[in-house]
Design a binder for this molecule. Structure first.
Ligand SMILES: [Zn+2]
Length: 342
């Protein structure tokens, strides 16, 4: 097969990724190794079997698989290993900056790994990635919204605040939206916002446009994971534009989980036409057999984005990142120079 016209450009362009989960980026080979060394039984014992297991029936089935694979992570060394692999994969795609979500409460609950030990393990791999490959990362610890009691969400917010000087830039919120609306997490977000952390919840993937309004008004969201349901309500679209909220959109994830019926029907072009700030991302690349590079390729093939539009999307990810102003400006300058030379 001959390369598509934009393939070389897409592979080599500088990229930033703002919506990607550490646990969802563990490649099948690594997952099998972790399961083996920690004596965890998975429903499959080889890569092909795991890939079959990853064929999600629906969102609930996805959550079930996510929780099972998270139990394979038992030690800080496991976290360091998956972070190391993850950052190497980012470097190979010329992803120069990543805002990485991980779910610390899960590893605290499953394996009693204190938050500080989790962060230290990730930071060890992050420092290596920065010195070895010149790629940067910051963190968005998130809370799985179905966990009770809700005081645990406030605990995670406090952890996030403790990590603010060690790479944490925001508080995230993931897991099943239906039955777990934004208002339940106001206390947790109040803790994060008071410490100047950003609010970056998932919302409007499976719940409706009103829930996106609540994420902005009640939780102070500056960026939203997915948010694609906003198009159902023009007033929410206006709110997103007026508040300069960015949606971190993951097309392949949306199709894999049946959130949208097909790539042809994906709303990304309509979001862009509506003047909404968007970035594209891979979400859980190992589970959806995708990468950020593949997402750019999909945007080129399915949405007809040309090289300039792809470059604009990439630069928008830098602009809407949570790096301090000076570092953000410097990274944007580096991206612009690199795009000019492509
Ligand atoms: Zn996500």
């Amino acid at each position: 097969m001959t390369a598509k016209p934009h393939d070389t450009f897409i592979a080599s362009m500088p990229k930033a990724e703002l919506h990607v989960h550490l646990e969802g980026s563990v490649q099948p080979e690594t997952l099998l190794a972790l399961a083996k060394r920690n004596s965890i039984e998975l429903p499959a014992t080889d890569v092909a079997g795991l890939q079959e297991w990853f064929l999600f029936r629906d969102f609930d089935h996805f959550i079930e698989i996510y929780k099972k694979l998270s139990t394979c992570i038992r030690t800080p060394e496991d976290l360091e290993l998956i972070m190391h692999d993850f950052m190497r994969g980012q470097a190979e795609q010329n992803i120069r900056y990543t805002e990485l979500t991980w779910t610390p409460y899960t590893h605290f609950e499953n394996a009693a790994i204190p938050f500080a030990d989790q962060l230290e393990a990730l930071n060890s791999a992050r420092a290596h990635a920065e010195s070895e490959w010149g790629v940067l990362a910051r963190y968005i610890p998130d809370y799985s919204r179905d966990i009770r009691p809700l005081e645990n969400a406030t605990t995670v917010a406090q952890w996030a605040v403790e990590g603010a000087s060690d790479g944490v830039v925001a508080l995230g919120l993931g897991g099943p939206e239906l039955g777990n609306p934004p208002r339940l997490f106001e206390d947790a977000y109040a803790v994060a916002l008071a410490a100047d952390l950003a609010s970056v919840p998932h919302q409007g993937e499976t719940d409706d446009a009103t829930s996106i309004r609540d994420a902005i008004e009640l939780l102070g969201a500056v960026r939203i994971g997915h948010g694609i349901r906003c198009l159902d309500d023009e007033s929410v679209v206006r709110l997103i534009r007026d508040r300069n909220v960015t949606l971190d959109v993951c097309p392949t994830s949306n199709v894999c989980l049946g959130v949208v019926p097909s790539m042809e029907q994906h709303p990304l072009p309509r979001l862009m036409d509506a003047g909404i700030s968007v970035t594209i991302a891979s979400d859980d690349p190992a589970l959806f057999s995708t990468t950020l590079t593949d997402e750019y390729r999909a945007a080129s093939i399915w949405f007809g984005l040309d090289e300039q539009a792809l470059a604009d999307l990439s630069i928008n990810a830098v602009r809407t990142s949570l790096l301090p102003h000076e570092e953000r400006t410097e990274l944007e300058r580096a991206f612009t120079a690199e795009f000019d030379s492509l």
